[in-house]
Design a protein around this ligand. Sequence first.
Ligand code: FAD
Ligand code: SIN
Length: 531
Amino acid sequence: MADHRYDVIIIGSGAAGLTAALNLADTRKVVVLAKGALSEGSTAYAQGGIAAVLEPGDTFESHIEDTMVAGGGLNNRRTVEFVIEHAPQAIERLAALGVPFNPGDGPSGDRWHLTREGGHSHRRIVHVDDATGSAVQQALEKAAAAHPNITLVTDMAAIDLVTGRHAERYSGDGRVRGVYALHRPSGKVALFTARATILATGGAGRVYQFSTAPRGASGDGIAMAWRAGCRVSNMEFNQFHPTALYNLEVKNFLITEAMRGEGGQLKLPTNHRRFMPRFDSRAELAPRDVVARAIDHEIKRLGLDYVHLDISHKPAEFVMEHFPTIYAKLLTLGIDITKEPIPVVPAMHYTCGGVVIDLDGRTDLPGLYAAGEVTQSGLHGANRLASNSLLECFVFGEAAAKHILAHWDEFPDPGVIREWDESRVRDSDEDIVVQHNWREIRRFMWDYVGIVRTTKRLERALHRATLLQQEVDDYYGNYRITSDLIELRNLVVVATLIVRSALARHESRGLHYTLDYPEMLPEAVDTILVP
Ligand code: FAD
Ligand code: SIN
């Protein structure tokens, strides 16, 4: 097995990974691994946009305040300030890379059009129509592909981080030296080594049955970091986006929050009347946890399959101009959004918790950094404010790169690493076990660890997760590795971390709402799990 040796390994080719790569590559040889195609992460699916203080009259203080209010006060104020103060520069850099943000047409001559989303007290979201992520991903990929020091490797699924335990000369120092990864087309395991490794593997949306996140969002980075010895924090905070399309054929299609920002109203399909004003004075523009819980409440109260999101009262040209992608997509499903409402339901959308990092993107392990949705940086607290997450990817992708460059001479050579051992495994003749367990995890997480929780349901979920963990460990130890098995092994770890964190929180705060502890405690404390 050849050792693919680079200066820095980046696992993940979304906003966080590619930002880090571009910031390192002028002086370092970088490899970026993606488990599928480069644009299969969540980044390319982002619709609404990126939050930054750009409107005259808006202030950093106001964006910080909105972030902390949405986050239920659990945010780390230093992180919030760090990210928000770096936001305007991050937007400038993306524009310089060629991201065609919609131009402003405001009377004050704003450079970019700013839309509004829930929880923001100002117009603050730069966007490229309703398909911002795709434009960002394309610009980053183009720049990375053009850089001679960046090697982009697709279809390479990271299995586990390489530490001193895998070195020819055993070391217990915990330093990360690279990663073992499965080349999916050949089924062969490759070894990548480097002085520094950055995890940018995105979130774990797929641990739930219904999710807006793409198939690869199986929490691989969180599980790999946990197995290697990193602390993981705030995993109970799973953000359910209030408005995913309800359609029996098309799964996972998001209807952007910007539609509510531009006047879209949530209505009951039974009487066509708005219901959000009954729940919150901010109505449709309350933070996501509030809106998702209200929809869940109405769906359960009235035995509905969905509620309606209606923008048809706005002029048709306005709707088509602001939401061209959604308009075209729904027209193919027979829904003309300029004339009729859209059936919507909440769906798992964003993983607020993750691998603990500091302001330089450093994890607990020497040589290992992390950026983006895989992390718990302190930005989001108990509930992420809309459009703050792409921003986090740009700011921490750059911060990690800067720290690596500044401390390059302190990173030792990774040394000689042992080969991947396949001598005791055989080809599986029971793939059904993997498929069944994938489905089972996502189902019990949806039913028992959803928007409204109880201790009894969480205990049931923990019991199931523990049984599945034993089954998956047994399977992993005996059969040759596949991409589905890698993801299943990670999903079960992430499910367990979520349930354990939820059980540990004896209050309701932000996205964690439990009938057994409905009040919020006076002090906001992170849940930190130590491996
Ligand atoms: P991702 O973009 O998810 O990339 C993860 C990368 O890691 C991929 O390249 C993947 O292949 C790779 N990877 C994963 N596991 C492995 C492995 N084992 N081996 C190798 N590679 C691996 N946020 C906003 O701020 N604004 C929005 O408008 C917005 N809209 C959204 C709309 C949708 C539908 C969704 C799902 C999310 C949205 N978000 C939005 C959230 C935001 O898109 C994500 O938080 C962000 O893109 C995450 O970027 P990332 O770089 O951390 O990870
Ligand atoms: C959306 O467009 O509603 C998604 C925005 C986000 O997740 O931040």
